[in-house]
Design a binder for this molecule. Structure first.
Ligand code: CUV
Ligand code: SF4
Length: 645
């Protein structure tokens, strides 16, 4: 096997598997996301600052933020209106993506309840009953299927217009709910808020930029305490509650002698059936007949996080690895559902024997084979797709195969229920550790990769700085793979944490970085924050917590950031959002929101500096709760900035 040093590519990523496969891609004549980013330079300055508008055909328009060119679009919209509208539409798109994913799971739950699917069943009846209670459904004497059907029917109304308040938002502390009521941002119907957001931002409707952004908050809350939370809760009920287990990650999880299938996308409905189908004896026998030792699954992006959490299926990589996984030449088939799937994977696959199979009728990829997914007969479809992979194994070209590294161990499966169980049933031990200052606070590091940032540098540097300073880190989405590959998610990584956090981790046998799941599972962070706040009798904004999205790229991340801040958690973004063309909007997001929601955004691309901002914030919150605190001003910014690219 050729050894690719990847020396020319060390600026692109912190990881050796990326370097090696970038070099191989170059040798194989394969274009990657980094090449295309370069071809796009220079990217549009107006769009980067958020001051371009193409909402109607009197435009497209652009407002010159430096004052030389026009200050208004053809309709008269100024920079504030244009920036606010663009940001609000990003929130609506992101919230819609998560919430429509939730809707698909909800439909599956309904099919289960009605006995109309031969594939899914209720895996966690306790979760089902807990949810039923929250929705006021009587469960006594009822069969699980009946409860599932009634619960699904009730939750469908969360997407409609009869509700004044989304029921799951009642999980937030009372004080938080009062803020939402006062500001008219309490989420009502999920579809309603999203459609209203699109309505308001069409030409000639809401032209008060503050009013636009407030509805952006409401829309994001309908995601966080609605669509995403529904996706998480119902996935647990259908596919099982995640519990702690070991797994592994990076391109080394691919096996040279196995049929390799990559699971890419977001919805566990698909990845769960592929996982089950890959254990089918007939297909395993066929794999042997075709010369393979077995069938190996590996995840990419959030559906990878879903099956990692529940089944311990390893992950081949995060967002920026989707093309490079194919470049190994060892992938028989990549099956995709929706979201974060670069259309380029079809082109990449053409250079190898890899088949790309799309599955959801709402997400087709020209050049891919489409196998229409039907939740009523999911298992048959799962088997069909696995068979396609097995039959493709003999077409593999040995000379093109290169699996560049050994995999790295990591620990996964920290649902809130599992965390509480590890703590002995209540959040009290965690609270005690925070009160004593053994753990100073907790930070959720979430979100994507972005080729504008050296891959995984933002995630891992920020994580290291935080755990060194006794701050517990929880991760979801692509941040998970970054930290996992860096060896930060095994119990032994407690040695990399400060003395307080290290002692707690060692006592419990857990890593200092806990995996909470996929992007929709950011709602587990909300649930944990609400549980801590409710136990202490304070609002979430009083807690020593923060969020960070060091390498975000997706509209979904904008929706997440907005609902996290609107839930009272200070959030630092690593990638710059397209808002800097409006100083007013920037001021509102970074200062003004504090007076209303008790939290703001900050933008800081340098993870070492971001860590300082977060540590200062956490110490301020500790002081506010009369807990032993370090003087925030004594925490200095590093002198040299980190080279990010
Ligand atoms: Ni939904 S949204 S790149 S897979 S986390 Fe990964 Fe996560 Fe961002 Fe996409
Ligand atoms: Fe231009 Fe106004 Fe139309 Fe936007 S809505 S494209 S600013 S005319």
């Amino acid at each position: 096997m050729t050894v690719f040093s990847g020396n020319g590519f060390k600026k692109n990523s912190i990881h050796a598997d990326t370097w090696a496969m970038l070099e191989k891609a170059r040798q194989d004549g394969v274009e990657t996301v980094w090449d295309r980013l370069e071809q796009q330079q220079p990217q549009c300055g107006y769009c980067s600052l958020g001051t371009s508008c193409r909402i109607c055909t009197m435009g497209p328009c652009r407002v010159d933020p430096f004052g030389d060119g026009p200050q208004k679009g053809v309709c008269g919209a100024d920079a504030d209106i244009i920036v606010a509208r663009n940001l609000a539409r990003m929130i609506a798109a992101g919230a819609s993506a998560h919430s429509d994913h939730g809707r698909d799971i909800l439909e599956a739950l309904y099919l289960v309840g009605e006995g109309k699917t031969d594939t899914y069943k209720i895996n966690d009846p306790a979760k089902l009953k807990k949810l039923a209670a929250e929705y006021g459904i009587e469960t006594k004497g009822k069969k699980d299927l009946k409860i599932a059907s009634e619960l699904a029917w009730e939750i469908m109304e969360d997407y409609g217009m009869r509700r004044e308040k989304l029921p799951l938002a009642a999980r937030a502390p009372k004080a938080r709910q009062e803020i939402w009521e006062k500001t008219s941002t309490y989420p009502r119907g999920i579809d309603r808020e999203n459609v209203e957001m699109l309505h308001r931002t069409t030409m000639g409707v809401d032209n008060d930029w503050v009013n636009i952004l407030l509805h952006g908050v409401r829309t994001s809350l309908s995601d966080g305490w609605g669509g995403s939370m529904i996706a998480t809760e119902l996935s647990d009920a259908l596919f099982g509650l995640p519990t702690p287990k070991m797994s592994s990650m990076n391109l080394g999880v691919l096996k040279a002698d196995h049929v390799n299938i990559i699971l890419h996308g977001h919805n566990p409905m698909l990845s769960e059936v592929i996982a089950a189908a890959s254990q089918d004896q007939e297909l395993l026998d066929l794999a042997k007949e075709n010369g393979a030792t077995g069938i190996n699954l590996a995840g990419v992006c959030c559906t990878g996080n879903e099956v990692l959490m529940r089944r311990g299926i390893p992950m081949a990589g995060n967002h920026l690895m989707q093309e490079l996984a194919i470049v190994t030449g060892a992938v028989e088939l990549m099956v995709v559902d929706y979201q974060c799937i670069m259309p380029s994977v079809v082109e990449t696959a053409k250079c190898y024997h890899t088949k790309v199979v799309s599955t959801f009728d709402k997400a087709k990829f020209p050049g891919a084979e489409h196998v229409s997914f039907d939740p009523q007969h999911g298992m048959d479809i799962g088997k069909k797709i696995v068979r396609m992979a097995v039959e493709n194994f003999p077409k593999r070209v040995g000379a093109k195969v290169n699996i560049p590294v050994e995999s790295v161990q990591m620990m996964t499966g920290f649902s809130i229920e599992a965390i509480l169980q590890a703590l002995g049933g209540t959040p009290q031990p965690l609270i005690d550790a925070i009160v004593k200052g053994q753990i100073r606070g907790a930070v959720g590091i979430v979100g994507c990769n972005n080729p504008k940032i050296k891959q995984d540098l933002g995630h891992t540097e920020l994580t290291k700085r935080l755990i060194e300073n006794d701050i517990l880190v929880v991760v979801t989405g692509c941040a998970t793979v970054a930290d996992g590959k860096a060896g930060l998610m095994v119990p032994e990584a407690a040695d990399k944490a400060g003395p307080g956090l290290s002692a707690v981790c060692k006592a419990l046998g857990i890593p200092p970085v806990l995996h909470l799941g996929s992007c929709v599972d950011n709602t587990r962070i909300l649930v944990l924050a609400a549980a801590l706040a409710n136990t202490l009798g304070v609002d979430i904004s009083a807690l020593p917590l923060a969020g960070a999205a060091p390498e975000w790229y997706s509209e979904k991340a904008v929706a997440i950031g907005a609902y996290v801040v609107a839930s009272g958690i200070y959030t630092v973004l690593g990638t710059t959002p397209p808002v800097f063309g409006s100083p007013n909007v920037v001021k509102l997001l970074t200062e003004g929101l504090d007076g209303v929601f008790g939290a703001t955004f900050a933008v800081e691309p340098d993870p070492n500096r971001a860590a300082v901002l977060i540590r200062r914030h956490i110490e301020k919150k500790r002081a506010g709760l009369n807990l032993p605190a370090i003087d925030p001003d004594s925490i200095g910014l590093p002198e040299a900035e980190l080279a990010l690219v």
